[in-house]
Design a binder for this molecule. Structure first.
Ligand SMILES: Cc1cc2nc3c(=O)[nH]c(=O)nc-3n(C[C@H](O)[C@H](O)[C@H](O)COP(=O)(O)OP(=O)(O)OC[C@H]3O[C@@H](n4cnc5c(N)ncnc54)[C@H](O)[C@@H]3O)c2cc1C
Length: 417
């Protein structure tokens, strides 16, 4: 992972001790029109258009404490600088959790996860981080504090700032505090696993899952060398195929007992010759590999497509025809495909994306974005963010309202002022 100063044009990094100190820093940067780059765990500072304007790093490391945790109400309010691992440990003590699995959890912070709206495999059964944020405090580009939502799940009148700030990449406000609604940790977790012979069989199994009587929490289609190099996966696969379908289920003992058996029966009727049911440590390890995949290892280019689930296998075929050694993870039930390429496309980024993959994604009503391009070449707006169909001018005016001098992560996101 590259260092902060390699990724951001910063002259210094300041670490405010609390939210009012942070607001003071932003206020003075507003006066001097100094660019501010919020820093959580620094695990995906390369996400977005390359940062060009020199400025300061603003670390949230000191805003990492628990503000309020009424476990009985299944909500928690914490500083945005808390790491996902530390948060999970606090919640586990009450047998509760935020069912969002992110890579690098010991570094990634809640503020960074909310700002990037990154979500892991459990988004299928448990929803995304946006569904769990019920309250938010932030500081806008003038240094003014504002908040949205609250400490309980309530539908208050007015614009939903929780949803607006989720995925806004720190361009509308620096998130200082978040209130989350939580879920209980289930009694049992299992993964039902098979190796489709090819993408056609995988497509049929994914289509059949839509009508399954079970309620999986994750549906993962995995393709390529990262997975075939992993003994965990090859040991489980009898067909020698480089395709793996992993469906995770969780709940009470009897629920999981029933769902694993039911899925096995459904797959047998779909012609799957063999499947495995994995539990305990092996299942946690397998799920861990799937959670870490998006940012594990070195890749010259990492892409993410968000498309209609029925277009998944076609998109994977298109990526494989570009790079036969690419590794792919698909949150298949949600139409998300993450592709880690083994080499930078010889045709260049623009031709590969604008001229090819974006068209394939568009044919499945979706889009492709660049998650990581360490080399940094050809990071144009259209390559990085793909086809943006939202009203550009309206969105840019929202940006101008929150950050009139464009100092928050300037010109890194979709909408520039
Ligand atoms: C290539 C790659 C792919 C990834 N794919 C996934 C994935 O598919 N699913 C997944 O769950 N995770 C993914 N991640 C992990 C991701 O790094 C983290 O989940 C998380 O988004 C980043 O947390 P962080 O605290 O390290 O944020 P940082 O890397 O510090 O910051 C990320 C962005 O958020 C902004 N930001 C950070 N904190 C705040 C704040 N408090 N207020 C406002 N803006 C803020 C930063 O300015 C920056 O633009 C991926 C990471 C990489 C490198």
């Amino acid at each position: 992972m590259s260092s902060v100063s390699d990724t951001l044009p910063i002259t210094e990094t300041t670490t405010p001790g609390d939210a009012s100190e942070l607001a003071e820093v932003v206020r003075s940067c507003h006066e001097t029109e100094t660019a501010i780059y919020p820093i959580g765990g620094g695990t995906s500072l390369g996400y977005g258009l390359s940062a060009k304007r020199e400025g300061i790093g603003l670390s949230l490391a000191q805003l990492a404490s628990v503000v309020d945790y009424p476990a009985r109400d299944m909500t928690i309010t914490v500083g945005s600088g808390i790491t996902m691992r530390a948060l999970a440990e606090i919640l586990a003590a009450e047998r509760q959790r935020l069912p969002i699995d992110v890579p690098g959890a010991s570094q990634a912070t809640l503020g960074g996860v909310v700002a990037t709206n990154f979500n892991g495999p459990r988004r299928y059964g448990q929803g995304t981080v946006r569904d769990h944020v019920i309250g938010i405090h932030a500081v806008d580009g003038r240094g003014l504090s504002f908040k949205g939502g609250g400490r309980v799940v309530k539908n208050v009148a007015g614009y939903d700032f929780c949803k607006l700030l989720t995925g806004s990449l720190g361009t509308l406000g620096v998130i200082t505090e978040v209130t989350l609604k939580l879920k209980p940790i289930p009694d049992r977790f299992a993964i039902v696993f098979c190796s489709p012979t090819d993408l056609n069989q995988a497509d049929r199994l994914l289509a059949a899952l839509v009508n399954s009587e079970t309620t999986p929490c994750a549906v993962e289609l995995l393709v390529g060398p990262t997975w075939t190099a992993d003994k965990q996966f090859t040991d489980l696969s009898s067909s020698g195929s480089s395709l793996f379908l992993a469906v995770a289920v969780e709940g009470t003992e009897p629920e999981v007992e029933w769902m694993t058996k039911q899925l096995g029966d459904e797959w047998r009727s779909e012609g799957v010759s063999s499947h495995q049911i994995i539990e305990g440590h092996a299942a946690d390890e397998l799920f861990g590999s799937m959670t870490e995949f998006p940012s594990s290892g070195e890749s010259p280019l990492v892409l993410r497509a968000s498309i209609a689930p029925s277009g998944i296998t076609r998109f994977i075929e298109a990526v494989q025809s570009l790079d036969a050694n690419c590794s792919v993870q698909s949150h298949a039930g949600n139409g998300i495909v993450i592709a880690r390429l083994s080499e930078f496309p010889s045709a260049g980024l623009a031709k590969t994306l604008v001229g090819n993959l974006q068209a394939v994604a568009a044919s499945a009503h979706g889009n492709v974005v660049v998650l990581s391009n360490p080399g940094g070449s050809e990071m144009t707006h259209q390559s990085v963010w793909g086809a943006v169909d939202a009203p550009f001018e309206l969105m840019s005016s929202v940006k101008r309202e929150f950050d009139p001098k464009n100092i928050l992560n300037p010109d890194r996101f979709v909408y520039v002022s």
